[in-house]
Design a protein around this ligand. Structure first.
Ligand code: NAP
Length: 305
């Protein structure tokens, strides 16, 4: 049985991906900050701050998937929080690179999450993997340092490395959609600022199927945008969500000034515009299980995934 080590496997994407890989016959093991006696998968412990990792974690592992990192929108971006957001990603990648380098039998590939935040706030510009990365803003800085660390895994270890610049992952279990669904219980839905900013989204099943594809297809290497080919403006997406779910709701704006007041710099997460296309995935000939937003939202809510 082929063994996969998933760092951050307990999170939103990690839990779903672990199930998919388990269903496909892979042996899944997790790398986590703590042991949980009730964990579904065997778990090894690491400490990215101290630079420690359980020696047996990488034993017999064919694929390493790194999804670890402090939640981008889980707390205000204070100086210490910003450091944690970067360190939890960069130090994790560095630690894995060092551990892999020392192995007699190295894994076949290292796959990592990255994020479309690397493009920065780009208005209506169509963004592909060939587009320049953004200029300025913490999201760009964090994502750039993150990708530098992923690239360093490739140079340090010599193994095939893939980085998915993931868009807004649709799920009822966490992330942006879960937060957007809550106000519907009170017959309201909000868009942010002008609502004209582009959101590039993806169904959680598709995010996970592309990780699996990148494990199995050796010609996949480097950076891939992991979004559907159908980005929507924030206002359009909000209206479509309400309609797709057959809800009645007043769609109202959350003004930029109020968002800046409440969230500070972190409001970039909802106000930045990223019209991203999955050019390299399409060139690779992938098909999306959920290319249209309405289908994706309905499926997510119906299945409760
Ligand atoms: N969800 C999205 O919409 C989205 C979009 C773009 C990019 N991404 C990126 O994709 C990855 C997975 O996303 P997700 O939504 O599954 O994230 P998540 O639910 O927040 O899970 C991330 C995992 O990272 C680990 N972690 C948290 N803080 C850490 C720290 N300080 N040091 C080391 N590990 C830490 C945790 O695992 P343990 O508690 O087991 O250690 C956690 O379960 C993340 O890097 C995220 O930034 C997600």
């Amino acid at each position: 049985m082929k063994k996969v080590l998933i760092a951050g496997g307990t999170g939103l994407v990690g839990t779903h991906l672990s199930q998919l890989l388990n269903d496909k016959g892979y042996e899944v093991v997790h790398l986590s900050r703590k042991k949980n006696p009730k964990a579904t998968y065997p778990t090894f412990v690491w400490d990215t701050e101290k630079g420690t990792i359980e020696a047996a974690a990488l034993q017999g592992v064919e694929y390493v998937i790194n999804l670890a990192g402090t939640g981008i929108a889980d707390g205000l971006w204070t100086t210490s929080r910003k450091k944690l957001l970067i360190d939890s990603r960069v130090k994790g990648a560095d630690l894995l690179a060092k551990a892999i380098k020392n192995l007699a039998q190295k894994p076949k590939a290292y796959l990592s999450a990255a994020a479309i935040g690397i493009y920065g706030d780009r208005g209506d510009e169509v963004l592909t993997e060939k587009s320049a990365i953004g200029k300025g803003g913490f999201m760009v800085q964090c994502c750039e340092e993150w990708e530098d660390a992923i690239e360093a895994v490739a140079t340090t270890t010599g193994i095939r490395t893939v980085a998915f610049r993931i868009g807004i992952v649709l799920s009822t279990k966490g992330g942006a959609l879960q937060k957007m669904l809550l106000p519907l219980n009170f017959f309201t839905a909000s868009y942010f600022g002008t609502g004209e900013q582009w959101y590039s989204w993806i169904h959680i099943d598709d995010v996970c199927q592309f990780f699996l594809k990148a494990m199995e297809e050796e010609q996949m290497e480097g950076v891939y945008n992991s979004t559907t080919p159908n980005p929507l403006t924030n206002k359009d997406l909000t209206k479509r969500m309400v309609k797709a779910l057959g809800k009645r709701a007043l769609v109202i704006p959350a003004p930029t000034a109020a968002l800046r007041l409440g969230m500070g710099e972190m409001a970039d997460v909802v106000l930045n515009s990223n019209k991203v296309l999955p050019k390299r995935l399409e060139e690779h000939g992938v098909s999306f299980q959920f290319p249209t937003f309405e289908e994706a939202v309905k499926d997510i809510v119906e299945r409760g995934v």
